[in-house]
Structures are given as C-alpha cells and as structure tokens.
Design a protein around this ligand. Structure first.
Ligand SMILES: C[S@@+](CC[C@H](N)C(=O)[O-])C[C@H]1O[C@@H](n2cnc3c(N)ncnc32)[C@H](O)[C@@H]1O
Length: 269
C-alpha cells in the first residue's frame, strides 16, 4: 500500500522574514537585559557606597541618633566624609558654610565631639531663606552642644563682579567680617569654607561670588574652599573662573578633586 508522501515545508519568503524578525527581537531582548542589569548594578553600587559612607560618618561624629536624611538637596555622605577628614587633619580657626542644612549638623556634631581639640572658634552657616534657617537651627538644637555654631540669615541681593557681571548672592559681608574678626592675626589663620549654595536655580554661576567676597573679607587667611557638585558643568566652569581670578591676582593655589557622587573640588589658597 502506498503511503502518503510527507509534505515538505520550504520556508516561504514570509516565514524567512518572520525568522529574521524573531532573531532581531531576541538580540534586542538580550541587549535590553544587559543594559538594565548594568544600570541596576551601577545604581546599587552607588547606593552601597553612600550607605557605607553614611555609616562611617555616623561613627566619626559618634552619632547617638540617625543622621538626617541625606539624599537630594543635602550633601551626600561621601562629601560629609571629606569635610570630617579635612577637619580631622587640618588646623582650622573657622568654618564658613555657604548654604546651611545637614552639613551644618555634621560640622557641629564633629566640633562637639572634638571639643577643645578643635581650634575652630566659629562655625557659621549662611542661609538665604528663613524656612531653611529655622530648619537648620532645629537640627542644631536636636544635637545640643553646638555653642560654636550659628546659622546667619543673609538674603540674596544683587552683587556685581569687577568685570560688570551681575549676580544674586548672599548679603554676607557683615557675617564674613564677624568671622574674620575672630581669626588669629599672626599669619596662621586658616578657614574651611563649604560652598554648597545658593541653589543653581537662583542664577547662572550662582556660587561664583563666594571667592571674590572671601578674598576681600579675609585677605590674610589661608582659605580652603570645598565646592560641592563639582560634577556639574556649571560648578566646573565657575571653579575654572575662580582659578583664573587667582592667577590674575598673583595668588598661589592648589586644587584637589574627590571621587564623590556629585563631585567635589578643594581649592587651597
Ligand atoms: C544644596 S542645599 C544644601 C545645604 C547644606 N549644605 C546641606 O547639606 O543641607 C543649598 C540651599 O538650598 C536650599 N534648600 C535646602 N533644601 C531645599 C529643598 N528641599 N527645596 C528647595 N531648597 C532647598 C537652602 O536654602 C540651602 O541653603
């Protein structure tokens, strides 16, 4: 008996196209999986780095309570560690913060822990908004033992650079003069300045006026400006302009960058 002949399937033009499409989809799915995995890995690593830095920071300030939340607006924990390392390894007679908040709490907590070992006579955080002045003062009250620390309200006012560029900056000449008055006059004065305000939304190169104002207020002091957010184009550009200004004035300086998540630059003058 003759059997039925098996039907031979020859791929039609359409099914070849379907196969190519399937292969393309497969390759696409593999690519997407790999890039999602890489992105998740990067994010998780970054979060772990910050968690480790936060744990070190808490131990460094001998914190009995959790640190305030440190994501978004405040400094990141890795930047906090740079601040505490600088305070541990240098003799500073004053700390000035341009922009107040969690960093103010951390500096005050470290000073409270170091006690008389820290030669810092004054720690002043400059703040332009009453709401955040009150918020930072509440953090200091929660800490207690913050006698050397204060949050000064300095609203933003127009300020014009020597080249005629107009900025909106803290009205902080009086606050800086008060700090300058507490510095030693024997040529050893050294001041740490944490530059983390005003927010970028207040104007182009919002933080640029810090350097000219500090040079004017504390001409004899060795200034260490620690700039947060140096990973951003705007901060990198204004830091270049700071260096050009110093070169123009014949002032010697050094720079050091730190691999913080938002970038950080230390300018020593
Ligand atoms: C970049 S923040 C950081 C200040 C401080 N160094 C810290 O660690 O918290 C600079 C300024 O932004 C303002 N600011 C703080 N938190 C804010 C928020 N959630 N929304 C809008 N502005 C805020 C405050 O005026 C503050 O001085």
């Amino acid at each position: 008996m003759k059997g039925k002949r098996p039907t031979r399937h020859t791929p039609s033009a359409e099914s070849a196209q379907a196969q190519a499409l399937r292969a393309e989809l497969h390759a696409l799915r593999t690519d997407i999986k790999a890039s999602v995995a890489a992105a998740v890995h990067k994010e998780v690593r970054a979060a772990i780095v910050q968690l480790e830095a936060q744990a070190s920071l808490l131990a460094r300030i001998n914190g009995q309570r959790p640190l305030p939340a440190m994501h978004g607006w405040p400094i990141s924990p890795d930047f906090g560690l740079v601040i505490t390392d600088l305070l541990d390894t240098h003799t500073y007679h004053a700390v000035v913060e341009l922009g107040s908040g969690v960093s103010t709490y951390i500096v005050a907590a470290l000073l409270a822990q170091l006690g008389a070992l820290a030669p810092v006579r004054q720690h002043v955080a400059i703040e332009h908004l009453p709401k955040y002045q009150a918020q930072t003062q509440a953090l200091l009250a929660r800490l207690g033992q913050a006698q050397r620390s204060a949050v000064r309200l300095c609203p933003l006012v127009p300020w014009t650079a020597v080249d005629g560029t107009a900025y909106s900056y803290y009205d902080c000449a009086a606050a800086l003069a008060d700090v300058a008055a507490t510095l030693p006059t024997d040529g050893t004065a050294r001041v740490l300045v944490v530059v983390d305000g005003p927010p970028g939304a207040t104007g182009h190169w919002a933080r640029y006026p810090a350097l000219p104002l500090l040079l004017q207020a504390m001409p004899q002091a060795e200034l260490h400006l620690l700039l947060d957010d140096h990973g951003r184009d705007e901060e990198r550009d204004l830091a270049q302009a700071w260096q050009a200004l110093l070169t123009e004035q014949g002032r010697a300086f050094t720079t050091q960058t730190f691999p913080c998540e938002k970038g950080a630059l230390l300018l020593r003058i």
